[in-house]
Design a protein around this ligand. Sequence first.
Ligand code: NAP
Length: 275
Amino acid sequence: MKNVHIVTGGGSGIGLDTAKSFKDGIVIITGRNEEGLKAAVVELKAAGIEAEYRVSDVSSRQANKDLVQYAATLGKVKTVVNSAGVSGGQASAKKTLEIDLLGAEYLVEEVLEVAQENTVVILIASMMGNVVPDNEAYDNFLKNPQSEGAIDAIVQVVKDESDIAYNFAKKGVQMLAKKWATKYGEKGARIVSLSPGIIMTPMSEQAAADHPEQMAFMKQMTPSGRNGNPDDISHAVMFLADDKSSFLTGIDLTVDGGLTNRLPEIAKIMAAQEK
Ligand SMILES: NC(=O)c1ccc[n+]([C@@H]2O[C@H](COP(=O)([O-])OP(=O)(O)OC[C@H]3O[C@@H](n4cnc5c(N)ncnc54)[C@H](OP(=O)(O)O)[C@@H]3O)[C@@H](O)[C@H]2O)c1
């Protein structure tokens, strides 16, 4: 049976680089913008990868159902990488939570239906998820984004600020990998999250254009002395996806050049500068 690898948000950035890293089977990339996906499939095919695209909005339950069921008709759903996402600057707080968090859980539920031995789900979160403090009240909403009123409650907690909503959504994504690991384990399957630091893609280029000084400062503070590239992440995705990593599940892997450890220090410096 042929392996099928799904990469949501596979038309650009981290998702596209990840799609290029699969060495077997068929890769299905998704996104909302058909032109970008078409161009990406041309690029993948030129690199010798069997690839196709589906226009599919991750924040739609039905779209996720259709995507996963279609993928299962092609072979064994072996790897699912959820790289689809928007940053705070790209959408309202509510929309950011619906795409980045709710969409991730819809996908996880649909994949569980077809998961088999050694199926792996890798949810792309963010190091910014690491900056949201633990708090029982909102952690319950983050862990259960489909519970009644959860998204609206988080929008209230973040005071409708989309940049903060992004951080909360990504903390929620990290929590989803932990929450779903047992159910996946019952099928011999795995689920993990991966939290990138600053990776040079269209998303971070937009952030650099919006806040150039802040981004330059973060780079200067990064222990590895550089921003990441998409292949820093796709390399880690391939490590997580490998069957030799079969004891890794329900974890978050932060791939950030060491920056998370310095975020509290950075916040203090920035707060002092604002005074
Ligand atoms: N770059 C970084 O520094 C960084 C750091 C931490 C985490 N991340 C995370 O890494 C992931 C990939 O980001 P990137 O940096 O590679 O940015 P990117 O190039 O903008 O990729 C995001 C992709 O998500 C797709 N997308 C957005 N909303 C979608 C939706 N509702 N349904 C389906 N697809 C959707 C976009 O395609 P369409 O526009 O066609 O829908 C795009 O291809 C995101 O989850 C992001 O939060 C990035």
